[in-house]
Design a protein around this ligand. Structure first.
Ligand code: SF4
Length: 430
């Protein structure tokens, strides 16, 4: 049994997992939710272990050396490649990825640009009065999930940190806390909430503004705002101002709906306003387990959290122009390296059509629509199961991923693959 294993699935990064290994395979998993258990039990199944390159008649198997040579030639010949993905690998791999982007004069971007990109922009506008999940557990008595459904996306968030655990100042666990869910529909999280506030789709900005009006001493004259009755908004404002320590967790229901960055600006400003009455904090509900880590690494190395363009020889950041979908839809990149991601399944059609038309190298272990369209596919080991590394939880606390099993023979980690790729690119560009 391997104890204190960290689950490499969602941004909650639960670090109390126990994994039973028998005959070199994972036999069972304790403490993880369904999502985490599925990753431990099934991630090694159906993987490919031989590098592939595209030939005349489709993909053919090759050696790691040949695959790396071909990948390095594609990237070195490119004038401005796109390096995308990074949310499900380690910070050690991110560090080499940023060095590679600088060497190539590439655009480097992560899944942040299609999930919490607006949140990062808002933080730069108005700051980020945040908290750690440990403090939430010990102190918070009012929890709000706005546009987030952790019962499905982060199943142990409530039991480990926000609602159910007993904390230093919350000895009775859920009995000492109140849960409010604000969403456009009654999600499974909303079903267990003390209060559910149903907002009209696209009405979040108006509802935040109404709350700020009341919190700042104004009078709300409308009978309802964004589908929420006036009385309910006043009752909500009363709860927000009278709690001891409130925390607003928000997800893509707020970041990717009408208003985007302005929704988050406004929500952070509401939290700032509330701190005149009580303690209040805000936190992004980050999805992939190390999407936060990539923003941390890129920020300390290049100064910006995502969508960084090195094509002028220095880091430039202008989301709307330099994010992955921007450069794909404006056809401004001429090759792509995809690491630990499947953009072909998730990007808009126009981006995918262009990705399919340029040379693409992918580092991944499962067959996906992205590997299907790639010219070179390099299989890798699984971070957090087959090798150690660093990941950042959604509250930007770094956590050491543990190793449970050896990878199949000859399979390299993302960091090792990227290091060898960087060496080969440097040799070609001399
Ligand atoms: S909540 Fe997230 S990190 Fe925790 S066990 Fe489930 S998938 Fe893993």
């Amino acid at each position: 049994m391997v104890t204190d294993v960290v689950c490499p699935f969602c941004g909650t990064l639960c670090d109390d997992i126990e994994v039973i290994v028998e005959n070199g395979e994972i036999e069972s998993v304790k403490h993880a939710c369904k999502l985490g258990s599925a990753k431990f039990l099934h991630a090694r199944k159906g993987r490919f272990t031989t590098p592939l390159i595209r030939g005349e008649e489709g993909h053919i198997e090759t050696t790691i050396e040949e695959a790396l040579d071909r990948a390095a030639r594609i990237l070195a010949a490119s004038e401005r490649p796109l390096l995308f993905g990074w949310a499900t690998t380690t910070c050690e791999a991110h560090r080499i990825g940023v060095a590679l982007a600088e060497e190539l004069g590439a655009v480097i971007d992560s899944c942040t640009s299609v999930c919490h990109g607006p949140s990062e922009l808002a933080v730069q506008d108005v700051g980020y009065p945040t908290i750690t999940l440990g403090e939430v557990k010990n102190r918070a008595d009012l929890i709000i999930y706005w546009g987030a459904n952790p019962m499905h996306a982060h199943p142990r968030h409530l039991s480990r940190y926000s609602i159910f655990p007993r904390g230093y100042f919350r000895e009775r666990g859920a009995k000492d806390r109140e849960l409010i869910v604000i969403d456009v529909r009654k999600t499974d999280t909303a079903k267990i909430a003390d209060t559910f506030v149903q907002v009209k789709p696209g009405g979040d900005y108006e509802l935040v503004s109404a709350l700020r009006l009341i919190v700042n001493g104004g009078e709300l004259k409308e009978d309802e705002v964004a589908g929420v009755p006036r009385d309910q908004i006043y009752a909500l404002a009363e709860k927000l101002t009278s709690c001891q320590w409130g925390v607003l967790f928000f997800g893509q229901g707020l970041t990717m709906t009408r208003g985007k960055v302005r929704n988050i600006d406004n929500a952070i400003s509401l939290v700032r306003d509330l701190n005149r009455y009580t303690k209040f904090s805000i936190m992004m509900m980050r999805g992939h387990y190390n999407v936060t880590g990539f923003s941390e690494v890129l920020t300390w190395q290049a100064g910006f959290p995502f969508a960084v363009d090195f094509s002028r020889g220095y880091p430039r950041y202008n989301p709307g122009e330099t994010a992955a979908n921007d450069v794909l839809q404006s056809r401004e990149v001429d090759a792509a390296l995809i690491v630990a991601s499947d953009p072909v399944s998730h990007f808009p059609q126009r981006s995918v059509e262009y990705l399919a038309s340029i040379p693409m190298v992918t580092i991944d272990l499962h067959w996906t629509p992205t590997t299907e369209l790639s010219d070179v596919v390099i299989p890798c080991a699984i971070a957090g199961i087959e090798y150690e590394g660093t990941a950042y939880r959604m509250d930007t606390v770094p956590i050491k991923l543990r190793k449970v099993l050896d990878p199949p023979e000859g399979i390299l980690t993302d960091e090792e693959i990227l290091k060898r790729l960087l060496e080969k690119v440097r040799a070609l560009k001399k």
